[in-house]
Design a protein around this ligand. Structure first.
Ligand code: ZN
Length: 123
């Protein structure tokens, strides 16, 4: 298998930094902490923190051979706003798969998981 980096969720669906005034007019501040795990029971391989100033639609998977990998933070935020939720702890499994460079062949499932903690303050 070729270990060159596959395109990630953000490459395929288009990365976009949020404009909070437009995208989430009800949110005053938001903090998102994301820990990415290669396998359960091991320390996280990446830890990232985003605020309403730095947040983007997708967080990409770090596995080079993972095609379309990552999770959508936007999806989670929109759901939280709909329910007026201020706190959320959740775990999401990577939406990609181990694939060929253009994603045509599937070699297996990507088991990367993302522990996500979100705090929102509404206006
Ligand atoms: Zn992945």
């Amino acid at each position: 298998m070729n270990f060159k980096r596959r395109p990630k969720a953000s490459d395929i669906f288009g990365q976009r930094k949020f404009e909070f005034d437009k995208d989430f007019p009800k949110i005053a501040t938001a903090i998102v902490e994301v820990k990415e795990y290669e396998s359960f029971g091991e320390p996280p391989i990446t830890e990232r923190t985003y605020t309403e100033k730095s947040m983007e639609e997708y967080i990409d998977c770090s596995e080079p051979c993972c095609y379309k990998g990552g999770i959508s933070i936007g999806e989670i935020l929109r759901e939280m706003v709909k329910n007026n939720q201020t706190k959320l702890k959740t775990t999401k499994i990577c939406k990609g798969y181990l694939g060929s460079l253009k994603g045509k062949k599937r070699y297996g499932t990507c088991y990367h998981s993302f522990k996500i903690q979100i705090l929102i303050k509404y206006k």
